[in-house]
Design a protein around this ligand. Structure first.
Ligand SMILES: NC(=O)c1ccc[n+]([C@@H]2O[C@H](COP(=O)([O-])OP(=O)(O)OC[C@H]3O[C@@H](n4cnc5c(N)ncnc54)[C@H](O)[C@@H]3O)[C@@H](O)[C@H]2O)c1
Length: 414
């Protein structure tokens, strides 16, 4: 490892929601950064100083990183001191982890690795993946066997919408395959993280990330189950939880239309896959959250059945408030199902959908409209995502509509 850390070069592989903010932050902190993505348009956009994803402050950071010459992107890895893997780790149809992106990236990277390099897997990964990265590297480059490169896992825990601040401020768990790798990776993060950098082993670091998201998933499943029970009992779940959470040792998370995104809805399955016979609660929580969209769909269907030509407006398509990310979004699934089942004329309002509606909604005839048109024309308002644009809505016009409030928006209005 070089002593003069600010001279370090870093190659970041995968320039999405995690890789691009990380690459541009490192570049503005003085590292020479080479970004790699398999999608040529992503590479071209970044090299122009533009961004292909929505994240506050990211545009300014990328522009300044590219203009200063500290960040360049290409489709091929380049030699560097440090390599960060930030590629997707989805699951397949059987809910088993798909490590093909990590494997492809590790093999490509192996071609340019040199002894003494530090490799950090940041992708959320099932326990044992960092060991597999080491195997893929040494399969491709037997000359790098026996600890000639440092290899560690450092899971990312940023919150979309606050990525730039949290990249710096969050505490980080860093687990190497051996002590030297842990020390090298810890030293690297301490250069730009102001939160605490907490050293451990790779397997603990992998499991820590999965455990964090599983905690949230199980707690949200409790809230979602309570919301369905409360619907049946005629109780306002939002009022209930506000009161129950006044207990000094109770902190129930909020219910919603389901759980989306590529983290909380995915990561618990990595634990289930590793220990199926002992993951009963974790599995059931996932199933509760996965079934919540069906409950919302039934609520909408029941209201629409009272009308002759119902017009239904779905407010929000993203997987959570104030982001543009629609991956694994329950709001998308609900809107799509309502359109496919022709429950009515379906309008969708998504203030963050600057590229228009996703193709799967367009082909079902869903209309992308502004909030004003939705309030004017819809009989049924389905509140799916509490985006800040919706939190500013006046209460009065909503009271004349049938409302299915899956995200607690009404309780947030003035
Ligand atoms: N987005 C989040 O908020 C978040 C938070 C914590 C952890 N994570 C984890 O971080 C990892 C990355 O997530 P993301 O949201 O940034 O994904 P993303 O889909 O936004 O970005 C991944 C990028 O990697 C590129 N890619 C795929 N294979 C590649 C390869 N072989 N070489 C180079 N580039 C390749 C893709 O084209 C894409 O641009 C995942 O494991 C995810 O679970 C994400």
């Amino acid at each position: 490892m070089k002593e003069d850390f600010l001279q370090q070069s870093v190659t970041v592989i995968g320039l999405g929601y995690i890789g691009l903010p990380t690459a541009s932050l490192l570049a503005t902190r003085g590292f020479q950064v080479h970004g790699v993505d398999v999608v040529p348009e992503v590479v071209e956009t970044i090299n122009r100083g533009d961004i292909h994803i929505v994240e506050p402050e990211l545009d300014v950071l990328v522009r300044s990183a590219v203009q200063s010459g500290q960040l360049r992107a290409s489709t091929e890895p380049a030699p560097a001191d440090v390599f960060i893997l930030a590629v997707p780790t989805p699951f397949d149809d059987n809910k088993t982890p798909d490590l093909s992106y990590v494997e492809a990236a590790a093999r490509q990277m192996a071609e340019v690795l040199e002894p003494g390099n530090l490799v950090i897997l940041e992708s959320t990964s099932p326990v044992g993946t960092t060991e597999r990265v080491a195997e893929w590297i040494t399969n491709a480059r037997p000359d790098l066997a026996d600890g000639k490169v440092y290899i560690a896992h450092c899971p990312e825990r940023v919150l979309p919408g606050r990525i730039i601040q949290e990249l710096v401020n969050n505490d980080r768990v860093v687990g190497g395959l051996n002590e030297a790798s842990t020390a090298a990776a810890t030293a690297f993060y301490r250069q730009f993280v102001s939160g605490e950098v907490l050293p451990t082993g790779a397997r603990v670091a992998e499991m820590a990330k999965l455990t964090e998201n599983t905690f949230r998933d199980v707690n949200i499943a409790l809230a979602n189950e309570l919301s369905i029970i409360c619907d049946g009992l005629g109780i306002d779940v939002w009022e209930l939880l506000q009161l129950a959470n006044r207990h000094p040792r109770v902190n129930i998370l909020m219910p919603g239309p389901g759980v989306g995104g590529h983290c909380i809805a995915v990561d618990p399955w990595f634990i289930v896959d590793s220990a199926p016979e002992h993951s009963r609660l974790i599995r059931v929580a996932r199933e509760v959250n996965d079934s919540k969209p069906d409950h919302v769909i039934t609520q909408v269907r029941n209201r629409a059945a009272r009308l002759r030509d119902p017009v239904i407006a779905c407010l929000g398509l993203a997987y959570k408030a104030d982001v543009d990310d629609m991956r694994e979004s329950p709001a998308m699934r609900i809107t799509q199902t309502l359109a496919r089942e022709q429950v009515g004329r379906i309008l969708a309002v998504e203030p963050y959908g600057r590229r228009g509606l996703p193709a799967e909604l367009m082909e079902l005839g869903v209309e992308h409209v502004a909030i004003e048109q939705a309030l004017e024309e819809a009989d049924v308002l389905v509140m799916l995502v509490a985006h800040r644009h919706f939190r500013r809505l006046p209460r009065a016009p909503l009271q004349q509509k049938m409302v299915v409030d899956a995200c607690g928006l009404l309780s947030l209005l003035q």
